[in-house]
Design a binder for this molecule. Structure first.
Ligand code: GUN
Ligand code: FE
Length: 488
């Protein structure tokens, strides 16, 4: 479905770090891919009147009259699309493998050998097409992707993302040390050249108007400069990347920070002039308002302050942090310090694609930290609104949507349903997956008042967050266009 659509039914979206809006009996008009207007609390008997106020005649809502009318079933709802702020497209064939390793061995034994295969663009095409399709069906409407180190296959990923209609950042890894000969960039010059080449290529994919501006608010696919992590970049490469970043202030940056304790120790040994891992990136000019820092498990308070000051942000990857035994990130403390935080699947460090498993594990981690913070990362204070407390449901969903949008510097475009934003959304049809157990013993509720409908929606939404899977997502929309979901 594309074009203009008038939806009527239930909607849920995040309006602040601590608040969800549950909208029932609501009209949402999507025009040219963006939300034109919303009217809440409209009785079914008053639909035509409400639509007419906006110049739409429901009795003439055929495609030829310029819009489609879609009334959701009683138990259905629509929520914003989910934002995966950190994942590795070439690692999906490794999902579920490597349970025996921690980070640095896992990279050498499993990850580098797999990524090296992406020198073959045909192989890349087959894998990436499946990755993007599955991510969309899981509800990921925006994704920040690492490709392999090969610019050629990163271009393939950008092509696939654009063809399938996902919103994405796509970057090729920069890496010229601590990796095997068969998977190591030949020189600083070629690494920079390939990065520039990829940036130009991705920019060329977006239609431009005569004045050079893109027609949409921002292109669906954007480049991201991707130094793999400090240990895989020589100082010279980091400096050259820093120069490139300076000349490209609008291009996003992504990297890994403070994930694993051995990694941190090795990094500080490699950069003895720096007193913290965060300082390594700060000194190379990599921390700014469009920088995404994945993991950040072992940050000190001082490092968090540097990230806050530079307006960089954090991708929280709890499944990966559990799976690679990296540790538990202090997300509550980050939020109390006002840092930008989103969620990342970090496949295949994490073994579950999509954002909902990350939300579930972020919740579990916050509960573990609330019980025993000192056993998880040695920090025991319980001050502030979020530090070492269970993350509330509105906060978890904020991280999955508005928080991710802010981290990717797209908060003016996506994340929730404020009029003017683009319509990236999921139409959820609850009850198809085995755990999503609606109360089948109850007869279908009829004649509920709005308050009762809101209470029912709140329960259904909570079940969706914690026990649903792809089968419950009928349609996935990006810019108002259907790009995934189980419904034909
Ligand atoms: N650090 C450097 N590379 C990687 C990677 O591919 N995955 C994770 N989780 N951490 C990394
Ligand atoms: Fe990662």
């Amino acid at each position: 479905m594309s074009g203009n659509t008038l939806f009527y039914g239930s909607f849920v979206h995040s309006v602040s770090l601590t608040e969800l809006d549950y909208l029932v009996d609501t009209l949402v008009y999507v025009s040219n891919g963006a939300i034109a207007w919303i009217e809440k609390d409209v009785d079914e008997s008053q639909l035509q009147e409400a639509a007419l106020r906006h110049g739409l005649n429901l009795e003439d809502s055929t495609a030829s009259s310029g819009f489609t009318f879609m009334q959701l079933d009683d138990s259905d709802f629509i929520c914003p699309g989910l934002i995966d702020t950190h994942t590795h497209a070439p690692q999906y064939p490794n999902l579920g493998l490597g349970q025996e390793y921690e980070l640095l061995d896992w990279l050498q034994q499993l990850t580098f050998p797999r990524e090296a295969k992406f020198t073959d663009s045909d192989y890349a095409h087959k894998v990436y097409d499946e990755v993007v399709k599955r991510n969309l069906n899981a509800g990921t409407t925006t994704c920040s992707y690492y490709a392999s180190q090969h610019a050629s296959s990163a271009k393939v990923l950008a092509d696939v993302v654009l063809r399938r209609g996902q919103r994405a950042l796509v970057g090729k890894c920069n890496m010229n040390r601590n990796c095997p000969d068969y998977y190591c960039e030949a020189s600083v010059e070629s690494s920079i050249q390939d990065t520039q080449d990829l940036i130009s290529y991705i920019r060329s994919l977006s239609p431009s108007t005569s004045n050079g501006k893109t027609e949409s608010k921002r292109p669906l696919v954007q480049p991201v400069i991707t130094p793999r992590f400090a240990l895989s970049c020589t100082s010279e490469l980091m400096r050259s990347l820093g120069d490139l970043m300076k000349s490209e202030p609008d291009v996003h940056i992504q990297t890994h920070l403070s994930e694993n304790r051995t990694e941190i120790k090795e990094t500080l040994r490699s950069f003895p002039e720096c007193s913290s891992y965060t300082e390594v990136y700060e000194r190379h000019g990599m921390l700014r308002d469009n920088t995404i820092l994945a993991h950040c498990v072992w940050l000190t308070d001082e490092e968090m302050d540097v990230i806050r000051r530079t307006d960089a942000g954090i991708s929280h990857c709890p499944t990966s942090n559990f799976n690679l035994m990296s540790g538990g990130a202090r997300v509550g403390a980050m939020l109390d310090k006002g840092l930008k935080v989103g969620l990342g699947s970090d496949c295949s460090g994490g073994f579950a694609l999509g954002v909902l498993p990350q939300l579930r594990n972020a919740s579990m981690l916050s509960k573990m930290l609330a019980v025993q913070p000192e056993s998880i990362n040695g920090q025991s204070q319980r001050t502030g609104q979020f530090t070492n407390k269970p993350l509330p449901i509105p906060t978890l969903f904020y991280l999955a949507t508005v928080g991710g949008a802010a981290l990717c510097k797209m908060a003016d475009t996506i994340g929730n349903f404020l009029p003017g934003k683009e319509f990236d959304a999921l139409h959820v049809t609850p009850g198809r997956s085995p755990n999503f157990f609606l109360d089948v013993g109850e007869s279908p509720p009829t004649g509920l008042d709005r308050n009762q409908k809101r209470i029912r929606l709140k329960e259904t939404f909570e079940r969706f967050l914690f026990v649903s899977d792809d089968r419950d997502i009928a349609s996935v929309f990006v810019q108002g266009k259907k790009v995934g979901g189980t419904r034909e």
